[in-house]
Every structure is written in C-alpha cells, then in structure tokens.
Design a protein around this ligand. Structure first.
Ligand code: DC
Length: 225
C-alpha cells in the first residue's frame, strides 16, 4: 500500500489534462506534476545541441549532460535545465513535436522514469502524461483517461493560441494534433493507451469547469475524501 496518494491522468494532447490536473491538485492540496514539460525540456536540450529527436546515437549521450530540475513555485511548475529556467521557451508547437518524437526513444523514457516515480514516493501527487497509469505509476490510487474528439481538442488549442496572441490556423492545429496522437499511441515503448483500471472521461461535451468538477468528484469518491 502506498504511503501517499497518487493520481494518474493520461490522454491525448488538448483533452484538458494539465488544466484539470492543476485545478484538482489545488483543490485537494496535492502536488501537480506535468510530465509533458519534462519531455519538452529534453526536447529543448537536444534541439539546442543541434541533434534530431530520432538520432539514437547522440540523444543518449546528450542526456548525460542534461541536469533537469523541477521547481514547484506558487505560479506553477518551473523547468530548470542546467541552471536556466526554460519554462516559457518549451511551450511551442515545434518543441511539442520534437518532444513527441524524442519520447519514443527508450533512453529518454528510462532517463525520466525515476525522476517521476521518486516524486510520487514523497508527495500526494497528481501527474498527467501519456503513460502514467500504465508505466510510471501502475499502482496509482486513481487513474483517469481523459479524452475528447480530435476536433474538440484542436479547437481548444487553436483558441488558446489566439488568446495568447499567437498566429494559428485551425486546420494546421488539427493536423498537427492528429499526427502527435498517432505517434504517441503507436510508438513501441510506453504508448498512449488507457490503463485497464482507468476511468474513461470524455470531455467533448463538457466545458472546462464541468470537466474539473467531474474529475475532482471522481477522485474524492475513489479516495474517500
Ligand atoms: O503533454 P505535452 O503535450 O506537453 O507532451 C509533449 C510530448 O511529450 C507528447 O506529445 C508525448 C510526450 N510525453 C510522453 O511521451 N509521455 C508523457 N508522460 C508525457 C509526454
């Protein structure tokens, strides 16, 4: 029996995982870990070093030089790579795409596994990602598989870009997302898939607040809180 509660929220990009996990963590007083940000940090590192995400010779070598620290600040999770805060820099579609490709490399997944598991040993935690319920925390106290139709997810992402003042086209966001969905769920190692004991939550017809309320109620019920 785990000493701390751990909640796994997996699903494709744009399903609302991070917003829901963040809100649920705040409400329950748990730590929130965005595991995608760790993969994005690796993606940033290899990109800065001029190495492609599919380069199986050089990526493992570069991991030795990556000192990744996660700093939990009041305004959220900060990613520190070799002493530099790159929290903002990793939030681009390009880095998301490199992260998705690099995440298919066994060396990358192995490198990040202990970091994620160690946090769950010492905190009540909510983690979101692709393989939390299946690989990282197979004994998680609660597992949620959060999804929505590709069109609904792409529309949310598209609106986020517009709100941030970034240029975007809905068709491109949708195509990019479908490619990432495909790559994330078809890779050989730790593919995106619903764990057998995960609860499926489809947010297509829910707004954000409804999704948060639904997930928090589900977690409370499962944990008896
Ligand atoms: O959640 P995100 O969009 O920030 O994640 C970026 C990429 O990182 C995603 O396309 C796949 C990869 N990833 C992963 O393979 N496993 C995780 N637990 C989290 C992210």
């Amino acid at each position: 029996m785990d000493q701390f509660y751990s909640i796994a929220i997996d699903g494709p990009s744009g399903a609302g995982k991070s917003t829901i996990a963040k809100a649920a963590a705040k409400e329950l007083g748990f730590v929130y870990l965005d595991t995608g940000a760790i993969y994005r940090t690796v993606a940033w590192h290899i990109t800065m070093m001029g190495i492609g995400p599919k380069d199986t010779d050089h990526v493992p070598m570069l991991l030795d030089d990556a000192n990744i620290k996660i700093d939990f600040q009041p305004d959220g999770q900060h990613m520190i790579l070799n002493g530099k805060d790159i929290t903002q820099e990793i939030r681009t579609p390009e880095i998301a795409s490199v992260a998705s490709q690099a995440a298919a490399q066994p060396s990358v997944r192995e490198f990040l596994l202990d970091m994620q598991r160690d946090l769950a040993k010492t905190h009540n935690i909510i983690m979101d990602g692709r393989d939390i319920g299946t690989v990282v925390l197979p004994n998680a106290s609660v597992k949620i598989y959060l999804t929505a139709t590709p069109e609904a997810r792409a529309m949310r992402r598209y609106q986020e870009y517009l709100e941030k003042g970034q240029k975007a086209s809905y068709e491109e966001v949708l195509a990019d997302q479908k490619k990432r969905d495909y790559d994330d769920s078809h890779r050989k190692i730790a593919p995106l898939k619903q764990a057998k004991d995960a609860v499926l939550v489809d947010t297509t017809e829910m707004d954000l607040q409804e999704s948060i309320n639904y997930c928090v109620a589900l977690i409370r019920e499962k944990l008896g809180l």
